[in-house]
Design a protein around this ligand. Structure first.
Ligand code: NG6
Ligand code: CA
Length: 502
């Protein structure tokens, strides 16, 4: 016993052991939820149902209160996360149809490529929505490229766009999973295929009805956006999707446990159509939207349990966040409105998905790294656009230059209480956060999106809010504070021209 102790002490002295977390490049697990609001988690104040697994991340890590995605919808938000560039700099980064070509230019450098160069094995599992194939879309019946591989992912198991867009199939490493070559897939966003059922013509076949849009191809009793034909053996079953993605993520972690890995796990929850597995149906009391939150929380728990089992938790930096703010009715009659009760998906913030107001991009944002990050709360302003520069700093790699991404690693690790000074998110117009001030550029669009009942935050004269005294953006002080508003508008145009693309 004595000699064993002596050997241990000698070994310690020899290696000058820093904690394991310091000596290894940590694995990086980014969990990106779809359409989850700031207020949709019990660790951010939700009372209606609970999210114990995500709450564990909050308890063991840092809970950010001013963490943001870069845009108020999916494609532009994910574009920023992957490239470190504001999406408004590049045309064609709006919400993409399911047959769009890849919007990322891989030759310009991406987050997964940086991590590959640092020796990481990289994987993308879940929702993609960044386009696939050349301009005009891919050949679904052959090798689908360029895609995740060209963007820097060694492994991918994805859906092309969203749960509510065709094609309703999984794509694994560039091939549609389970495709029968005798039943090829055809996709069109222009016109229906004669003889194929649609939500519009065959409402009797629907198990969930649209509230707006979503009346085209009918797959698994749910009508979608866009038309498709064929690929019958490859069609997904929405109820199994969370299990399928989770299983692929767990396998990726197992297979890469010996080396540093970067896993981008992007759930389809809680986006529409919300069709959780029967074991989660009815669990939240809030209808399918709440049940999808419960299912999403289960997925997170599976990943955290796997890290524990493989003894990887202390060697893994986990980030949990959402791609845009919340929406209640996003196009299906799924009782989300009726069963919402007093729950506030956006928490104290105004607006939601699609909106220029804070709730468009201020989302849940948790970072856990046991042994390195001291649990607590941070009010630092940080954004997913910063992952590129911050993870480059973390792994000792050089990010591609001329990007909007800032190294906010000290904030992400809790070493500093401050992150960015300013931030320029986008929805229908550009906004600028400068400290607690929020300037929203003039916008001619509607003030409210009727179908989703979202306050879009458009005002033809522009808006200025002091979030320190008016977090709910109710008191537009643009007239009283005219010179500040002008300064901020100017600052925004400088940011625009500084990062202008060649
Ligand atoms: C909208 C869809 C909405 C959702 C959104 C994209 C209609 C009427 N609405 O156009 O349901 O799919 O696009 O969501 O079609 S996102 O999270 O991927 O950005
Ligand atoms: Ca989304």
């Amino acid at each position: 016993m004595k000699s064993a102790l002596a050997i241990f002490a000698a070994a310690l002295a020899l290696c000058h052991c820093a904690p394991a977390a310091e000596t290894h490049k940590p694995n990086i697990l980014v969990i990106l939820i779809d359409d989850l609001g700031w207020g949709d988690l019990s660790c951010y104040g939700m009372k209606a149902t609970s999210t114990p697994n995500v709450d564990r991340l909050a308890r063991e890590g840092l809970r950010f209160t001013d963490g943001h995605c870069a845009a108020a919808t999916c494609t532009p938000s994910r574009y920023a996360l992957m490239t470190g560039e504001y999406p408004w700099r590049k045309r064609g980064t709006g919400v993409l149809p399911g047959d769009a070509g890849l919007v990322i230019e891989p030759e310009r450098g991406t987050l997964p490529q940086i991590l590959q160069s640092a020796g990481y094995k990289t994987g993308a599992v879940g929702k993609w929505h960044l386009g696939l194939g050349p301009q005009g879309g891919p050949n679904w019946n052959g090798l689908i490229e360029p895609g995740p591989k060209e963007v820097g992912f060694d492994f991918s198991f994805i859906m092309a766009a969203t749960g509510d867009r065709v094609p309703c199939v999984y794509v694994k490493n560039g091939h549609v999973v389970g495709l029968d070559p005798n039943d090829p897939i055809e996709v069109s966003y222009a016109q229906p295929f004669p003889g194929q059922p649609t939500g519009k013509n065959n409402p009797e076949l629907l198990k969930m009805h649209p509230s707006h849009g979503h009346d085209m191809a009918l797959v698994n009793g749910i009508s979608r956006i866009g038309y498709m034909k064929g690929g019958t053996s490859a069609l997904w079953k929405d109820e199994d999707m969370a299990d399928t993605f989770t299983q692929n993520a767990l396998e990726f972690i197992e297979q890469n446990q010996e080396q540093p890995f970067f896993l981008y796990f992007a759930t389809q929850d809680i986006h529409v159509p919300r069709v959780p597995h029967p074991r989660f149906a009815g669990k939240s009391g809030m209808g399918p939207r709440g049940d999808a939150i419960v299912q999403m929380d289960w997925c997170v728990g599976q990943l955290l349990d796997k890290l524990d089992q493989l003894k990887l938790s202390e060697r893994t930096l986990v980030v949990f966040t959402s791609d845009n703010g919340p929406v209640v009715d996003d196009g299906y009659r799924d009782e989300a409105v009726e069963k919402l009760g007093s729950h506030k998906p956006a928490g104290p913030w105004r607006g939601g998905k699609y909106s220029n107001f804070e709730a468009g991009t201020r989302v849940p944002f948790l970072v856990r790294w046991p042994g390195r990050i001291k649990p607590g709360e941070s009010a630092a302003l940080v954004s997913q656009v910063d992952f590129l520069a911050s993870f480059a700093a973390l792994t000792g790699t050089t990010p591609p230059d001329a990007r909007d991404s800032q190294n906010v690693l000290p904030a992400l690790l809790g070493d500093s209480p401050t992150g960015r000074k300013s931030f320029a998110p986008s929805a229908s117009v550009l906004s600028l956060r400068d400290g607690d001030w929020k300037y929203i550029s003039p916008g001619k669009g509607a003030k409210r999106q009727v179908a989703t009942n979202t306050e879009l935050g458009n005002d033809p004269d522009g808006q200025l809010y002091d979030l320190s005294s008016d977090p709910g953006e109710t008191d537009n002080v643009i007239e009283e504070q005219n010179s500040r508003a002008k300064d901020m508008a100017e600052q925004l145009s400088k940011i625009r021209s500084a990062g202008r693309r060649p």
